[in-house]
Design a binder for this molecule. Structure first.
Ligand code: NAI
Ligand code: MG
Length: 398
């Protein structure tokens, strides 16, 4: 059988090292693939004025499956300042290439599993009855709508006249905001469409059904954000009633959910939310299972089969230039496992996950984050594993 080709997009900072280590793990686990490099990130913004070059889009169009490390994003002004001299003044505007990839390929389904690793010293614990200490087992999978909502990019400062007029036609805008000069107004929209709301809900329910989760929780704020959150919840109710009667539908507000997730995280199963609340609630749950060093994700378009798999952490620039990399590669390795699941290589994914679980449970090799150290170049001398050592021990346990 022809080898599969994977587009490898390391991006910036620690994205480069965690991706390289993950590919070593994939190789060692027997996944046969060819990796083609895709340019993405800050360097390409600075040099070419485009952090997501067309050639990278072409590669992904051709090969469909991408592994992505992380990118660096900076605010508007900083982005313009760092642009190559000959590109300045040409009206180029920086926008996040990973958000760009999601929108270009319509990677509307984002999955972020958060499962407790037994023996992880970073696991959430709480006080139980009679002063006991409990370590609830978290097994939550967040389905985040990945292309719409507050991250849809439809926003203005000092909006054009027709937009301003449209806003003024809304009685609440007129009553509460017409005092504000148009020049001092910034507006970011929160757009939900039925089509993509239905798709993320269906993905969540189908996953719950397939893997035996008892509930799907819509985590939004329908009592206040009536149109968008309200639509999602109403559609979830109909879908549950008509198609998934065996699964309970729960409804939580994002703010309350952030409080409850430390109270009774073991009660939740599948969670579904719009773009921003999905981002928030998945970081919240990730904090219970070890934080950014463990938080993995998949994003894909079920129609085209394009999928990009990435850790949820960013490029952690302050660690990028350490002579020996100290960051935890597990989030990236687990993201690579999600890629393997997506392309039907479940056996290899299972093998790698087992090995990661065994290494964490063993507790002999731990990166600095697992030892609750401050991330400094000397952590390796003090007994923390480097990124490479962690990958090595995972490979040795395969
Ligand atoms: P970050 O995730 O890069 O780092 C935050 C902190 O988390 C780090 O300083 C480190 O203490 C810890 N951390 C992150 N990954 C870790 C790992 N694998 N092992 C151990 N510890 C780890 O977020 P930050 O500092 O807010 O952003 C840095 C840059 O990354 C920014 O330019 C931001 O825009 C970008 N970013 C990119 C993302 C992406 O590529 N999808 C996502 C989030 C941020
Ligand atoms: Mg995030």
């Amino acid at each position: 059988m022809a080898k599969r080709t994977i587009v490898s997009m390391p991006g910036d900072g620690i994205g480069k090292v965690v991706l390289e280590e993950s590919i070593r793990v994939l190789d060692a686990a027997g996944f046969e693939a060819k990796y083609v490099h895709g340019d993405i990130g800050w360097d390409f913004w600075r040099r070419e004025g485009n952090p997501l070059p067309e050639r990278t889009i072409k590669l992904l169009e051709e090969h469909k499956i991408g592994l992505f490390g992380a990118i660096t994003s900076k605010p508007k002004d900083a982005a313009l300042e760092e642009l190559a001299e000959d590109l300045k003044g040409k009206g180029l505007v920086y926008s996040s290439p990973i958000v760009g990839l999601r929108q270009h390929f319509g990677l509307d389904i984002c999955m972020r599993p958060c499962r407790t690793y037994k023996g992880n010293p970073l696991n959430f614990i709480r006080r139980g009855p009679n002063d006991t200490i409990e370590e609830p087992e978290v097994d939550v999978v967040i389905f985040r709508q990945n292309t719409e909502g507050l991250y849809g990019g439809v926003e203005w400062s000092n909006p054009p006249d027709n937009v301003y007029q449209a806003l003024m036609s809304h009685p609440k805008f007129k009553k509460n905001f017409s005092w504000c000069p148009k020049e001092e107004l910034s507006v970011s929209t929160r757009i939900f469409t039925k089509k993509y709301t239905e798709r993320i809900l269906r993905a969540a329910f189908e996953y719950a059904k397939k893997y035996g989760y008892k509930s799907v929780t819509v985590c939004e704020k329908p009592n206040v954000i009536r149109e968008t959150s309200g639509m999602m919840y109403q559609m979830a109710k109909a879908m549950q009633k008509n198609e998934f009667p065996g699964i309970e539908l729960w409804n939580t507000n994002i703010d309350a959910q952030m409080m409850w997730l430390t109270k009774n995280p073991e009660d939740y199963g599948v969670i579904v939310a719009g773009n921003m609340f999905g981002d928030i609630v998945s970081d919240g749950f990730a904090g219970l299972i070890g934080g950014l060093g463990f938080a993995c994700s998949a994003q894909f378009n079920p129609d085209s089969g394009v999928g990009v798999f990435e850790p949820t952490h960013g490029s952690a620039p302050k660690y990028a230039d350490y002579p020996v990399s100290i960051v935890n590669p597990i989030a990236m390795i687990e993201s690579a496992c999600m890629m393997l699941d997506f392309i039907g290589e479940n056996a290899i994914a299972g093998k790698i996950r087992k090995s990661v679980a065994a290494v964490v449970a063993d507790g002999k090799v731990r990166t600095y984050d697992m030892m609750k150290m401050t991330g400094r170049p000397d952590v390796v001398e003090k007994g923390a594993a480097s990124t490479r050592q962690m990958a090595d021990v995972i490979i040795s346990r395969l």
